[in-house]
Design a protein. Structure first.
Length: 221
C-alpha cells in the first residue's frame, strides 16, 4: 500500500490524471461520458438521482476528490462542496478552481482512513475508485459513516471467485481492497443496531480484470 500512496503523492501522477479527466464543464455537460473510465457515467447517474430527489440543497464531501469533477458538476445543486485528497498537488489545484468562482467550498489534504472532518458533518459523502488503489474498504467505510449525516455512495471492487483465487497468491485481497459484497455481514450488523437505515449494491461491470459495485447507504437520522 505504501508504494501506491507514494505514487499518488507525486506531481507527475497529478499531471497525468488532470490530463485524463480533462475539462470540468465538458464532464458536467456529458454527465461523465467525456471520460471513458471504469463506469464513471453510472456513478454520475447514481449521485445525480440522489441529489435531485432532495427537497433542499445538501452538502457534498468527495473523498479522493482529485480535480473536483463531481463537485463542479453538481455545485449549483449543493449548499456547500467539500473535497479531500491525499495529494497536496490535487488539493492546491482544485481549491484554486473553486475559489476563482467564489463557490462555498472547503478542501483539505488527508486520508480516507482518518477523515479530518467532525462527526455528522456533511449530508452526502462520496468515494469513487479510491480503495481500489489504497485498500482498506471496511476501515474507510467506517470513517465515512462517522462523517456523513445521511447518505454515502461508495464504489469499490467486486472480485469474482476465480480472480480471488489468483489474487490470494499475490496480494491477499482481504488485506488490500475488500470486495464490497463481502461486507454484507458488517452492513447488516450496522442496520440491526440502528446506524444504517438501508443499503443497496448497485452492480455494474467494469473494464479490466475485475468488476465494481456502487454501494448506496442511507443512515438513520
Amino acid at each position: 500500500m505504501k508504494k501506491q500512496l507514494d505514487i499518488w503523492l507525486k506531481k507527475e501522477k497529478y499531471d497525468s490524471l488532470n490530463a485524463i479527466f480533462g475539462d470540468h464543464e465538458e464532464f458536467k455537460k456529458t454527465k461523465g461520458e467525456s471520460i471513458n473510465y471504469k463506469g464513471i457515467v453510472e456513478v454520475f447517474k447514481v449521485i445525480e438521482e440522489l441529489i435531485d430527489k432532495q427537497e433542499k440543497k445538501i452538502s457534498l464531501l468527495d473523498i479522493g476528490c482529485g480535480t473536483g469533477l463531481y463537485l463542479w458538476a453538481f455545485k449549483e445543486k449543493l449548499s456547500k462542496v467539500l473535497g479531500l485528497d491525499f495529494s497536496p498537488h490535487m488539493i492546491e489545484h482544485t481549491k484554486k478552481i473553486f475559489e476563482k468562482y467564489d463557490i462555498d467550498s472547503e478542501f483539505k489534504i488527508g486520508s480516507t482512513f482518518n477523515i479530518p472532518f467532525p462527526d455528522n458533518y456533511v449530508d452526502l459523502l462520496i468515494q469513487v475508485h479510491v480503495c481500489m488503489h489504497v485498500g482498506g474498504s471496511w476501515d474507510s467505510l467506517k470513517e465515512m459513516i462517522r462523517v456523513a449525516k445521511k447518505y454515502i455512495i461508495f464504489t469499490g471492487p467486486s472480485f469474482d471467485d476465480e480472480l480471488l483465487k489468483q489474487m490470494d497468491q499475490m496480494i491477499k485481497p482481504k488485506a488490500w481492497a475488500v470486495s464490497l459484497p463481502l461486507l454484507t455481514q458488517e452492513l447488516d450488523s450496522l442496520k440491526d443496531s440502528g446506524v444504517i437505515k438501508e443499503y443497496d449494491f448497485k452492480y455494474r461491470p467494469s473494464a479490466g480484470i475485475f468488476k465494481h459495485h456502487i454501494l448506496y447507504i442511507e443512515l438513520e437520522e
